[in-house]
Design a binder for this molecule. Sequence first.
Ligand code: F6P
Length: 546
Amino acid sequence: MENNVTKTKAWKKLALHYRFFKKTEMKDLFALDARRGSRYAVSLGSLYLDYSKNRFNEKTMQHLLELADEVHLKEKIEAMFAGEKINRTENRAVLHTALRNRASTPVYVDGRDVMPEINAVLAKMKKFTDAVRYGEFKGETGKKLTTIVNIGIGGSDLGPVMATAALKEYWAKDVQCHFISNIDGSACDDVLSKIDPETTLFVIVSKTFTTIETLTNARTCRKWLIDALGEFAVAKHFVAVSTNAAEVAKFGINTDNMFEFWDFVGGRYSMWSAVGLSIALAIGMENFEKMLDGAYEMDNHFRSAPFAENIPVILGLLGVWYDNFFNFHSYGVVPYDQDLRYLPAYLQQLDMESNGKSVNLNNKFVKHATGPVLFGGAGTDVQHSFFQLLHQGTQVVPLDLIVPAISHNEIGEHHEILVANALAQGEALMRGKTVGEAAAELAKSGKSVTDVSRLKRYKSFAGNRPTNTIVIKKLDPYALGMLVAMYEHKVFVEGAIWNIDSFDQMGVELGKQMALSILPELQGHASGLHDSSTRRLIELVKKLRK
Ligand code: F6P
């Protein structure tokens, strides 16, 4: 197998094809092919992907599919599902798919079927969430626990934050959810100043249970609880989700109140495990399982659909096409749904922590771009912030527009206006407006000849800017499961083509290490060797804090 993707035949064909194709306008492709909109669309259940507004033609797709074959994508997908240790740098299997393997077919890691353990934790989650939601598991003073505080960071926070917000309509009537992630004391203060210890359940989520932010926040919250209700209250008000029972016990949480997950689940892929406990407490286990069902449907599709009709594969191939050939190194995600406002932040970790890599699986520095910079926000809000650059800036940013057809809050015309905006953005970014068209419009509106000539370029739009439009019927647990699994697999496809390890995150270590050495210096216990800038900054902060 060729390990440097740039040396594959398909890559070379794509490079050549790009030279001829790069200036092709999508609006011309639409004009030439009246069926382009239906030709380049795929649906899975009620999820519909329209990828026709992308800069490709049939030949491009043919070469991209050849690339997928040449890098043995099919085998790589199968290896993940089968529990092979595809996280090679850490010698771990990657089995978030097993967490939602609803058929419970055996999945082996080191000869052990992991499904019984996964199902046992799901059953424990069900028992616990039911007990809390029905008021059987009570707080120290006998009150029902209705305030859930998730303490975690990164993958131990972003999934619960994103999914609880997305599924707000499914929350139990009396539940409130809060999240503490940042080490900034204000994050604790914001939450603790609003809640009542007697009705609060803290869910401490940390795969390693060594993360400084999470443990510091958890200690602060424990002290707050003990000050209010006494030491014994900890057992009734704290549970943990972790792979590290020893550290959980050391922290003072009874391991009976610990929900286990495993090192074959990466932090950013973990919301399907007990890391989703806060989600399940908010929406109930039945709804949580519907989310798993949705992801499972996407998994089966990813594993079995031919690549030409495979949603994550198509998205991943287009991602590579833009990143490596057009040199479009950023990527935007804009959900037209207020409740999906945290999805871009969630995907930022998923994509950038997975594919922000420079060394390939053959231990060689790569010679091509890898993961793009991902950003986004909820539409229509972001139309009034960064869309200016998307329409008229000098950089092209491929975009995903996510559109639920039905709102949970159908008030007057709100939803139709929202959807009209989403669809309009896709069309406007694709079509653009030539200088001539802008001039004609200005003239028609009664502008003088001088004004027309002064304004026509400012009012023009280059167009030819790609979007995928992803329509779901309604934002329910099932659809959310499908959507998130779709992105996980898209990231997988890109990582597989680039031949990188999408499942480690060694790039987060250096900063953590240095922070640990700077901390004692800030506290005045030590002095270290630093560059002149860092040294001065340490001294400045110490002086200001005196
Ligand atoms: O800083 C990176 C990271 O390791 C993420 O990958 C992870 O999601 C997060 O920190 C939190 O880690 P943990 O769950 O072990 O506290």
